[in-house]
Design a protein around this ligand. Structure first.
Ligand code: NAD
Length: 358
């Protein structure tokens, strides 16, 4: 960095173990470190078998298994998981799965403070953040509480071999969105920018290689490493224009989480790029391109992915309402001033899948 340097930074605690095979070889040792005898295992029904296999070395330390995870953590699911935790006498939560599973563990920890050991199986990055989310009557409420930040995270790229190409792409771009927004979000600092830049580099390198060969351990490792960095940078930098838009589209219009991030990101980057100043150079370098937007578009051109909000089922007559809902959160810290009309135009362009660079 050059010039005068000024920032505040509240670093978050947590232990991270990252290597191929870690979930099968090191999970029991990580639980030993926390000295816990009663764990509630949490997974989706689809990942129940995997979760049980990974938890097998823990033997009867697993006191119950909750498999009722649903997307966006509906309140009733959170209540059910909290009851199971209480009735089983759990002292900790072991989540095995994507962001919805981690989110369910967070919802339990939010009410009883139990520590979480997280074993992520997607690239959502939630396991690195103190952010929780709950859905009630179709509205998603989020908040920040350090009690929901996992105590230990075991990253094992081998667990992502089974993620289909479409999910890998959408989830990898969700991670990329955390990194890009970390360059301008309100809590940004030079450290989060370093993490985010390395995250962009890792996702940009890993994602196209994963699409070619989903069983390539190096590609899966790069992408999961990028996801870790994305969560770590987003956790401190916080949420900006991009996440606020995706939050409304997912929460109110029920659009799929990761795919919505993938579609919206180039439009927000196109809107902000002229105003990001010094951040442009490291971001472009991380993409391996002369400009950040050109780098993002070059990456997306290699990927088979939805290109518009209409592809994702967004109703055209909902765009004005969506813009108004995002606008209700104004003013917020953004590299350039944002008006509701800017948000509407951005959404209209993303809905139609127009070229973001024009
Ligand atoms: P998800 O957890 O809903 O998983 C998507 C699908 O992938 C599910 O059907 C799941 O069964 C399947 N799956 C998961 N791992 C798999 C694997 N290894 N192989 C095959 N299939 C697998 O989706 P997600 O994108 O991981 O998470 C989205 C949720 O996470 C949203 O609710 C979002 O709000 C939340 N999130 C929260 C934060 C945060 O900081 N709080 C950050 C990012 C995302």
């Amino acid at each position: 960095m050059t010039g005068s340097i000024e920032f505040s930074y509240e670093a978050l605690p947590g232990r991270v173990v990252f290597n191929i095979g870690a979930a099968r070889r090191q999970l029991a040792g990580e639980v030993d470190r926390l000295d816990i005898s009663h764990l509630l295992l949490i997974s989706t029904a689809a990942e129940a078998e995997l979760a049980q296999e990974l938890a097998a070395p823990l033997g009867d330390r697993v006191c119950a298994h909750f498999t009722g995870v649903r997307p966006h953590v509906p309140n009733e699911v959170a209540e059910e998981a909290r009851s199971v935790a209480q009735e089983s006498g759990a002292q900790a939560l072991l989540s095995v799965g994507g962001g919805s599973t981690t989110g369910t563990a967070k919802a339990v920890a939010l009410s009883n403070g139990l520590p979480i050991v997280a074993v992520p199986t997607t690239y959502a990055g939630s396991e690195m953040t103190p952010v929780w989310g709950l859905t009630e009557l179709g509205e998603k409420v989020t908040g920040t509480d350090t009690r929901v930040l996992p105590r230990t995270v075991v990253y094992d790229p081998a667990l992502t071999f089974s993620l289909p190409v479409g999910l890998s792409t959408a989830s990898g771009l969700n991670a990329l969105a955390h990194c890009v927004e970390a360059f301008w979000a309100p809590g940004r600092n030079p450290i989060t920018s370093l993490l985010a830049g390395e995250g962009i580099r890792a996702v940009t390198q890993g994602l196209p290689a994963v699409v070619i060969d989903g069983l390539d351990p190096e590609a899966r490792s790069q992408l999961l490493y990028g996801a870790y960095l994305s969560g770590a940078s987003f956790a401190v930098a916080g949420s900006g224009l991009h996440h606020k838009i995706c939050h409304v589209l997912g929460g109110t219009f029920d659009l799929p989480h990761a795919e919505t991030h993938a579609v919206v990101l180039p439009y927000v980057l196109a809107f902000n790029e002229p105003a990001i100043g010094d951040a442009a150079e490291p971001m472009a370098r991380a993409f391996g391109c002369s400009r950040p937007l050109a780098g993002l578009m070059a990456l997306e051109q290699q990927l088979d992915m939805p290109r518009s909000l209409s592809d994702l089922g967004m109703p055209e007559d909902g765009l004005e309402r969506a813009a108004a809902l995002v606008g209700a959160k104004l003013p917020f810290d953004n590299p350039r001033p944002v008006k509701v009309s800017d948000i509407l135009l951005l959404l209209e362009r993303a809905w139609a899948g127009e070229d973001p660079s024009t």
